[in-house]
Design a protein around this ligand. Structure first.
Ligand SMILES: [Zn+2]
Length: 315
């Protein structure tokens, strides 16, 4: 089976070496500072995965992710169509703690679970989904909307099966990947998510994998998938390639504080390690827009975008 993990695992473990090699072979940009609380707090950064605590440099590039979505600057594009998701729950195979997040992996050897429409011209195959979250409910999402942070963010990762034959090929190419992002807010318990939450204690440690089947990720999408922002960006984990068409849902989904607490009970570390480290703050700091345009499928001035007022964080 082709999985993101097969690419990420060796790359993540060698990130420091990779960055050094990258620095020698290409121009590098000093790490871009971000004035979001979660990005600038030395405490939060010190609690993040060691992957982001290496050299103070990141690969250069002008299409990096995540970004802050400025609602007023997003451009309404009437050509943007509704998304068409067609997921077969039987392609769901396993959950894996990769030491940075947990991946719910799907069989992507056929076009059984696909994404079409929206900003996409081609058909994209679902290969995995995962989340990013904070140690508290005050931060955790990678993208933000008008600098508003959410406690967590879901990423459904798809690759272009019209143009490429393997994920590993698509991940390096323009128009190779399409990732749906969904913000999670703390509120009522999410019934669809609970089956997944119940399975997480079995993969508490890094590198543990358990069978996980018949999960339809459509239950994790908001009721309105017609309204979204889209832009060209990158993976937010190594290899950070600029191959991603991002589709960020305007509407968030609610999960309970207890459900997020189970996410936070996972560990970055393996069972053999002496010091165990909680899996929290597994997000990348924000990147510059560098002149890119964020398009919206809806008119921001006619429909209300998420505002800070409707967010009552539960701590
Ligand atoms: Zn992600």
């Amino acid at each position: 089976m082709v999985t993101l993990s097969s690419v990420i695992r060796p790359l993540a473990s060698n990130l420091n070496r990779q960055l050094v090699r990258h620095a020698k072979s290409q121009r590098i940009t000093p790490v871009r500072t971000c004035n979001l609380t979660a990005c600038s707090s030395k405490y939060v950064l010190s609690q993040m995965h060691p992957m982001w605590q290496g050299p103070l440099t990141i690969p250069g590039g002008e299409r990096q992710s995540p970004i802050d979505i400025v609602v007023r600057k997003s451009i309404f594009d009437s050509e943007l169509k509704p998304l068409v998701t067609d997921y077969d729950p039987h392609t769901c195979q396993q959950i894996w703690n990769n030491g940075y997040s947990f991946l719910v992996e799907y069989d992507d050897t056929t076009d059984k679970s696909t994404l079409k429409g929206g900003p996409l011209q081609d058909k994209f195959r679902l290969c995995q989904f995962h989340f990013h979250w904070g140690e508290s409910n005050a931060w955790g999402s990678e993208h933000t909307v008008d600098r508003r942070l959410f406690p967590a963010e879901l990423h459904l990762v798809h690759w272009n099966s019209d143009k490429y034959s393997l994920f590993e090929e698509a991940v390096m190419e323009d128009n190779g990947l399409a990732v749906i992002g969904v913000f999670l807010k703390v509120g009522k318990r999410h019934e669809g998510l609970q089956k997944l939450v119940d399975a997480l204690p079995a993969i508490r440690h890094k590198d543990s994998i358990v069978e996980f089947t018949r999960f339809d990720p459509v239950c994790l999408l908001p009721s309105n998938t017609d309204d979204y922002w889209t832009y060209h960006g990158s993976l937010t984990t190594p290899p950070l390639t600029e191959s991603v068409t991002w589709i960020i849902m305007k509407q968030h989904v609610e999960v309970s504080h207890d459900q997020l607490a189970v996410f936070r009970s996972l560990l970055f570390t393996s069972a053999e390690e002496d010091v165990q480290k909680s899996m929290v703050n597994n997000f990348r700091v924000q990147q510059s827009l560098c002149g890119r345009t964020v398009r919206s499928s809806f008119t921001p001035f006619l429909q209300e975008a998420p505002s800070a007022e409707d967010d009552k964080h539960t701590h």
